[in-house]
Ligand binder design. Structure first.
Ligand SMILES: [Zn+2]
Length: 399
């Protein structure tokens, strides 16, 4: 919360990050930029380039990156928050703050379905979505932005419900299939109403996640046509290979791969999406908290797993968790480019990694070390308490 207050004060908050060794843009088309300096004003990126070409005077905060890598803050496209920084699924406190220490600065809810006593009547579920949206808009653990209030569809909803929700500020549907809507015809009708009023949708893909949920197969995914094919690699039980490949080929929507899914199916989805030139549709999430727990390093682990076993360059794997997700979900973070949110993660080779540099270490399957996180132009954390220690750490040299 202090982030926004500071950003709107009378004196412009000018952040200068200099001596960047490797600038990872998050943009699939230009994943590495020839730049060593970033300037942000009032939480928005103003300039990216060579220090000699950029006006760095009058900084209110200067960070010497010490030759480390700068990437956009990581986005988790699939979380199940409930209330505050608590999850009842594994009865854990501080899970969002723990993920911040894994470089995650933005989270998107796929439904607050773990809420004890979750209402399933229409007025109750609408009230809960509005409550969650408001609550997480105002509450940002460590500065992390949690886009929540992701309504779970139930039978009996009508178009006016979506109109009313949109007017109240609800912008997301949770996973279609977690409620009582389990057929493609009803799903498609409701997703269409949601889209009409600017509400983005996700569908559960694969076998049941917990007792009470059910199978969503390829036909329902394609018929419902939600904006995001949620966990195409299952959450955790995946569809048969031919169905996953067919969705990658035929769906024009985002193809989400999650940590708490089937890892073999994740690699199949990645390879198929790349073969059919849909790599720009691939986005990453954890699908946590869940039965598999909470993974503070889940997005970093996905980047290393997909890069090392999926054989994609590390700088490309990072785009899946940043620029791709921002594009598919219409977020103003995820890219290091003028006009974007000044939200960054500093990365360096983990100490003693066999990799000869950061990108090589990721391609060899090691995790990157997080050494600082900046959200909206403000330093949120310095050396991560959760990642393997970064070899070099940036330093705040003037404030
Ligand atoms: Zn799911």
């Amino acid at each position: 919360m202090s982030h926004n207050v500071a950003a709107k004060s009378a004196v412009p908050n000018k952040l200068v990050i200099r001596n960047i060794g490797l600038l990872l843009s998050g943009d699939l088309d230009h994943p590495i930029l020839d730049a060593d300096t970033v300037v942000a004003i009032d939480g928005i990126i103003h300039a990216v380039g060579k220090e000699k070409d950029i006006d760095t005077a009058g900084a209110t905060t200067t960070v010497d990156a010490k030759g480390t890598a700068l990437a956009p803050g990581l986005i988790d496209s699939h979380v199940h928050p409930v209330c505050g920084d608590w999850t009842p699924r594994q009865n854990q406190l501080g899970w969002i703050d723990s993920c911040l220490h894994g470089g995650v600065t933005t989270m998107v809810s796929a439904g607050e379905v773990h809420t004890p006593g979750r209402p399933k009547d229409i007025v109750g579920l609408k009230a809960m979505a509005i409550f969650a949206q408001r609550s997480f808009q105002a509450f940002r653990p460590g500065g992390v932005k949690v886009y929540a209030g992701a309504l779970v569809l139930e039978q009996g909803m009508v178009e006016d419900d979506f109109k009313e929700l949109a007017a109240a500020g609800v912008k997301l549907l949770g996973e279609v299939g977690l409620g009582s809507v389990k057929d493609g015809i009803t799903g498609r009708r409701m997703v269409h109403w949601a889209r009409k009023y600017g509400i983005q949708s996700t569908i559960h893909t694969g076998g049941p996640s917990i007792p009470g949920s059910s199978l969503i197969d390829k036909d329902m995914v394609l018929e419902t046509d939600a904006d995001v094919v949620g966990h195409i690699n299952g959450g955790h039980t995946a569809l048969p290979d031919d169905q996953i490949m067919d969705i990658c080929l035929r769906s024009p929507r985002a193809l989400e791969i999650v940590h708490n899914g089937n890892e073999r199916a994740a690699l199949l989805a990645l390879r198929t999406a790349r073969e059919v030139s849909h790599l720009d549709h691939v986005i990453l999430g954890t699908d946590s908290p869940a039965g598999s727990g909470v993974q503070p390093l889940g997005i970093l682990r996905m980047i290393s797993m997909l890069s090392s076993l999926g054989e994609i360059p590390a700088e490309i794997a990072i785009c899946l968790a940043t620029g791709n997700t921002a594009k598919m979900r219409s977020l103003n973070c995820g890219l290091i480019a003028a006009g974007r949110e000044a939200t960054f993660v500093f990365l360096d080779t983990a100490q003693q990694s066999a990799g000869k540099n950061l990108l090589d270490s990721i391609q060899k399957g090691d995790l990157a070390g997080v050494s600082m996180v900046i959200i909206d132009g403000m330093v949120s954390i310095q050396r991560s308490r959760n990642t393997p220690p970064a070899t070099r750490v940036p330093e705040v040299v003037g404030a």
